[in-house]
Design a protein around this ligand. Structure first.
Ligand SMILES: NC(=O)c1ccc[n+]([C@@H]2O[C@H](COP(=O)([O-])OP(=O)(O)OC[C@H]3O[C@@H](n4cnc5c(N)ncnc54)[C@H](OP(=O)(O)O)[C@@H]3O)[C@@H](O)[C@H]2O)c1
Length: 419
């Protein structure tokens, strides 16, 4: 019996909400709150006839801490799931602390305004000290550790697929397969085709910021940064086939390097087609990916926000997307003094996701782990005071929940390695 406040009602949230409604014995009441209330009401009306979960809706601007506090105080949830954007992570964490409620999200904090001089000063210092230049990093949310510990509350960070399930795979490999892990390669393959020359599979602004940034990986205790898309590999993915993949900076590398300190190298690769890359380079070259406002015919516009308005809504790609995703981790290391390799991954079919929840697999593979993470917190399996990433918890009940609710794991004990 629990009451869960879900903030955001986009592609990821709509999957997570539908999955919560499939487990109505745990999620007895949910409140869907977002900036645009009509989207929440539409989804609530669709779901009401087919779930025992009682659904209410609310309007909230989660950039405003006071609004989130008022909503939490009036609705009294047991857990707040932040499925809005990374820009709202800190305001929602502040509100949870003020009201004494557990918190979770699917992506680590980054600011909406990267020109903010106060943020820039800290960011530039971090770039120099840490050695990577992504706009997002864990430092902002790790700074809340003591506050959550003292309040006796849990904050679960980054509980989607990657970050999220990929870290549970690492914790599982460490617990069951290896005495020590030497290398981790995280491989994110989307073999889906939506038929558009260019579209992003989740929020375009967040997605394009991520993939147009320099790549980086962790090796021998330090970050190595390389120009965007400069490291390419080809890999034959189970049930998808051969794909080009490119090394990216990705947030879970940062926490894995801390939490599995013996690992000598951690890399993250994502597949991209040539059409996507050509469009992205062109948009970047003409300044369309910029987050800084420009003056246009008397109006201030942010180029990447304008681009978002032109691109297909990721939440609407489901009906057109055919093919599969294949996301997982390849490990090398030692067990009982023997060298070994291990690959754990999930395959998800875009059209099956669409039939089940009306979404494509990228929203599905994020929304299902968000629901399963909430399940871990509500059932007391993952509760400890403080701020944690997924690999810091027991992976077994989480992977069992994923097996049950739509993202079953697969294993290979002699995978082809990435050179
Ligand atoms: N870990 C992973 O594997 C993974 C993978 C993909 C995505 N993600 C993360 O998942 C999150 C959601 O992505 P998405 O594709 O679902 O994005 P989306 O479709 O753009 O949805 C974002 C939702 O947040 C709402 N929102 C934005 N600003 C808000 C504010 N100030 N107050 C209240 N609500 C606000 C939006 O409301 P409006 O309708 O009014 O715009 C929308 O409902 C992002 O943080 C993304 O980075 C994680």
């Amino acid at each position: 019996m629990s009451r869960v406040l879900i903030i955001g009602c986009g592609g990821v949230a709509s999957v997570a909400i539908q999955k919560c409604c499939q487990v109505s014995e745990v999620f007895t009441e949910i409140c869907i709150a977002s900036r645009t209330r009509s989207k929440c009401e539409k989804l609530a009306a669709e779901l009401a006839p087919r779930t025992a979960t009682k659904i209410t809706t609310a309007q909230v601007d989660a950039d405003q801490v006071e609004q989130v506090i008022d909503l939490i105080r009036s609705w009294q949830p047991d857990l707040v799931m932040n499925l809005a954007l990374p820009y709202q992570d800190l305001t929602i964490m502040d509100a949870c602390l003020a009201c004494g409620v557990n918190y979770m999200d699917t992506a680590n904090y980054e600011p909406e305004d990267t020109d903010d001089p106060r943020w820039r000063e800290i960011y530039e210092k971090r770039c120099k000290e840490a050695g990577f230049s992504a706009y997002f990093d864990y430092s902002w949310q790790w700074a809340y550790r003591k506050k959550f510990e003292e309040a006796g509350l849990t904050a679960l960070l980054g509980c989607g697929f990657d970050p999220g399930v990929t870290q549970a795979y690492c914790a599982y490999a460490k617990k069951h397969e290896f005495d020590s892990i030497d290398t981790i390669d995280i491989l994110d393959c989307n073999g889906g085709d939506h038929g558009y020359a260019f579209a992003t599979n989740f929020n375009p602004e967040v997605n394009l910021r991520e993939v147009s940034a320099p790549g980086s990986y962790w090796e021998a205790g330090r970050w190595i940064e390389v120009p965007a898309m400069s490291i390419r590999r080809e890999y034959e993915f189970d049930q998808v086939g051969k794909k080009d993949m490119y090394l990216l900076h990705h947030e879970e590398i940062e926490s894995l390097a801390v939490n599995i300190p013996e690992v000598k190298r951690i890399r993250f690769f994502m597949t991209f087609g040539q059409s996507y890359l050509n469009h992205m380079r062109c948009l970047e070259d003409v300044g369309m990916l910029s987050t800084s406002p420009v003056e246009f015919e008397g109006h201030q516009i942010v180029p990447v926000k304008f681009l978002k308005a032109l691109l297909p809504d990721p939440a609407g790609l489901g009906a057109r997307t055919k093919g599969k995703t294949n996301i997982g981790c390849i490990f090398t290391g030692r067990k009982d003094n023997q060298e070994k390799t291990y690959y754990i991954y999930n395959i998800c079919d875009h059209q099956e996701c669409f039939r089940e929840v009306g979404s494509q697999a990228v929203s599905y593979t994020t929304g299902v782990p968000a629901m399963c993470g909430a399940l871990m917190l509500l059932s007391g399996k993952w509760n400890k005071p403080g701020v944690y990433t997924v690999e810091e918890f027991d992976p077994d009940p989480f992977l069992e929940a994923l097996d049950k609710y739509g993202l079953p794991r697969r294993e290979n004990h002699s995978p082809v390695l990435v050179d």
